[in-house]
Each structure stands twice: as structure tokens, then as C-alpha cells.
Design a protein around this ligand. Structure first.
Ligand SMILES: Cc1ncc(COP(=O)(O)O)c(C=O)c1O
Length: 374
């Protein structure tokens, strides 16, 4: 079975883990043992940002960013409804209300005009998501946000390596949040990082990571235990060194898929804006209802029967998930672009472990299943 994504861990990671275990330093009460310190510095150089704080997950990174930004009860946080639910849940975790603004249909990222329309007096933060590894259109988002004094938190969970107009994601907004979950372009198993050029925000995240303490037992603000273990940081350092070769393989595979599928009218293929470098976390097509002989979910099932994993990220936009319907009474039709995307998207494997033979199999199978209408 060709998986949709999988961690690629080699002997180098195992050797580094062994060294950490032998050192006896498996964690550090400040979250900054030697491996975490080095990982933070290397990430900050790679992303081109002044400060990086490693944390225990992408969700922890987003939650810390909102806490550091002072977002609280009664505030509103604007998020796209077409993303992983963590992006909206973190607003609820600080007592704020997630307010949805629809996406731009070709890049699946926050539409700056809809963001502008969703702003109220209560808006404190916005979280653009660089979905699938394609950056959101950050310039207009920053312009609108800075005009209104809104904190911009980039959700970079899916975008390590991606660039917007030559700048790495996570170095453009006021604060950026990465995830190193197992499926991501580089992984530490679970894990995350907060990035910022703002020393004050960085100091707050530093405290939040260890229960708001600056000095031992002197809690200054509400925080959590969001430290990253040393073993994870050691794995992350090796993965970061391998990231350029992972990115090259993803880009090569994405190009091969686009070249191979371009004549298949049943599929709409992903685009790359001329200002973007895509990280290709996911290669996401749309199955065009009017042109496809097979319905999207049946197509995914048939691909699975042929040993190919295809997946719909995300089958339901957040506002139509049961918890949000129950809590906020959202109805179908509230965010049409996100709902349409949820009905149509289908991601197919493009990760570095996909071989040329796998690519041929993916292309041949899709042609066999979809060609008859052309
Ligand atoms: C867009 C997005 N935001 C946030 C997260 C949360 O990251 P984590 O799973 O590391 O908590 C993810 C991860 O899956 C994600 O894809």
C-alpha cells in the first residue's frame, strides 16, 4: 500500500537518540537542554527568524501564541473553516470565539477580503493557515491586520520549507507555529515550534512553556507544560538536515503528478502562485463532479483497492463538525468555498518514499478509473 504520508527515519536519528539516552539528559526544566537549544538555533537560521521556541506539539505552539498575544475571554480570533480543527480549537482554549472567514478556492488559504469583512471590534488575532504547504497571501493579510492592530499568527503546521515572496513561512506574521507530527515534512514524532522576531512575545512563550515561571516557583502568568523532550529535539535536528532532500523529492513527485495528470479533465490539479514556493505536504486535487465518472469517495475507495492511499483533507469544514454545529449552530451554506472544497478535494501520495514505480502505478490507475469521460 502506498501511504499518503509516512515518517522517514534512518540510522542517523537512531544514533542521535542513543546519544541522548547515554547522556542522561532526557529533558530540561526550562525546556532548553543541549538538543533543544541547538534545534532552536538551527530552526531559527533555516526559517530566517530571530527567536524559535520548541514545544510539545503544533497545538501547543498555537495555544502558546494566543496566550502570549494576550488573547482571552470575549475576544475573537479569525480562522479559515477549511483546516485541521486545532486552528480553531485553540481560540476556544483561551476563552475566545473562533470567527470563520472563507478560503480562496485555488490555494485553499484564507481569502484576505473575507478576512477583512469578518473583522469586528472584538477581533484580536487572525490565524492564516499555509494549507497543504502552499503559503497564504500574507501581504494583504498583514496590511489589513496591522491597520487594525490585529495579531497575525501563521499556522505553519503543514508548511515547513515553504516560502512567500522569498521569505520562509513563520517569518512573516507576528508569530508562527510549526508542527512536527509524524506525517509532516519533517518529524519529531509529536512536537512543534513557535517562531517570532518579537522578543517580548518570545519571552512570554518561553514562560508559558513552563507554567508561566521566569524563575523557579515564581509563576508570573498562566502557562502549561509544553516542553519538548531532548530525544525529540535530537530527532528534529537530523530531520532538519535532511529536509532539503525531502523537499526536493516532494517537488519532483508533485511535478511528475502534474505532468502525468494534466490531460485528465476529471481532476483539477493544484497550482503554485508565482510568489510561492510550495512545500508539497499534500498533493491535493479536486474531483470535478461534472467531469468524473466516479464520485470522489468511491474513487478513493477504488484507489485503496489498488494499493494507493488517497485522502480527503478535510471531509468536513470545521464549522460543520458536530461540536461546532452544536455550540454555534452553523448551517450548511455559511462558508460555500470551504464546503465545496470539502466535497471535492482528494490528496494523493507525493512524499519522498514514493518511487518512480509508485508514480507510474498512481498515474495508470487514475487514468484507468477516470479516462472514459474524456
Ligand atoms: C493546519 C494544522 N494546524 C495545526 C495542527 C496541529 O499540530 P499538532 O498535531 O502537532 O498538534 C496541524 C496538525 O496536524 C495542522 O495540520
Amino acid at each position: 500500500m502506498i501511504p499518503i504520508n509516512r515518517p522517514i527515519i534512518g540510522q542517523e536519528e537512531k544514533d542521535e537518540v542513543q546519544k541522548v539516552l547515554e547522556s542522561g539528559i532526557v529533558t530540561n526544566r526550562l525546556g532548553e537542554g543541549p538538543m533543544n537549544k541547538a534545534f532552536q538555533n538551527e530552526l531559527s537560521e533555516f526559517i530566517g527568524v530571530k527567536r524559535v521556541l520548541t514545544v510539545s506539539s503544533g497545538t501547543a505552539a498555537l495555544h502558546s501564541a494566543l496566550l502570549a498575544g494576550g488573547v482571552k475571554n470575549g475576544d475573537e480570533v479569525i480562522v479559515p473553516p477549511f483546516t485541521f480543527v486545532a486552528t480553531a480549537n485553540v481560540a476556544l482554549l483561551v476563552g475566545a470565539k473562533p470567527v470563520f472567514a472563507d478560503i480562496e478556492p485555488r490555494t485553499y488559504t484564507l481569502d484576505p477580503n473575507r478576512f477583512k469583512k469578518a473583522i469586528t471590534k472584538r477581533t484580536k488575532a487572525v490565524i492564516p493557515v499555509h494549507l497543504y504547504g502552499h503559503p497564504a497571501d500574507m501581504d494583504p493579510i498583514m496590511e489589513i491586520a496591522e491597520d487594525k492592530g490585529i495579531l497575525v499568527i501563521e499556522d505553519c503546521a503543514q508548511s515547513i520549507g515553504a516560502e512567500y515572496k522569498g521569505k520562509k513561512t513563520g517569518s512573516i506574521g507576528h508569530i508562527g507555529c510549526y508542527s512536527f507530527y509524524a506525517s509532516k515534512n519533517m518529524t519529531t514524532g509529536e512536537g512543534g515550534a513557535v517562531t517570532t522576531n518579537d522578543d517580548e512575545l518570545a519571552e512570554k512563550v518561553w514562560m508559558i512553556r513552563r507554567h508561566g515561571e521566569k524563575e523557579e516557583y515564581q509563576c508570573q502568568m498562566l502557562g502549561h507544560n509544553y516542553r519538548m523532550p531532548e530525544i525529540e529535539a535530537a530527532i528534529g535536528r537530523v530531520q532538519l538536515r535532511k529536509l532539503p532532500s525531502f523537499m526536493e523529492a516532494r517537488t519532483k513527485n508533485a511535478r511528475a503528478l502534474t505532468e502525468g495528470l494534466k490531460d485528465l479533465s476529471a481532476l483539477e490539479l493544484p497550482i503554485v502562485k508565482d510568489w510561492a514556493k510550495h512545500a508539497w505536504y499534500l498533493y491535493t486535487t479536486r474531483v470535478r463532479k461534472e467531469k468524473s465518472p466516479v464520485e470522489r469517495n468511491d474513487l478513493m475507495k477504488k484507489l485503496s483497492e489498488n494499493g494507493i492511499t488517497a485522502a480527503a483533507y478535510y471531509e468536513s469544514p470545521i464549522h460543520l463538525s458536530p461540536y461546532y454545529v452544536k455550540t454555534y449552530r452553523y448551517k450548511k451554506g455559511s462558508f460555500p468555498e470551504s464546503e465545496k472544497a470539502a466535497d471535492e478535494v482528494m490528496s494523493i501520495p507525493c512524499h519522498p518514499a514514493v518511487t518512480d514505480r509508485d508514480l507510474t502505478r498512481i498515474l495508470e490507475t487514475l487514468y484507468r478509473l477516470l479516462k472514459q469521460q474524456d
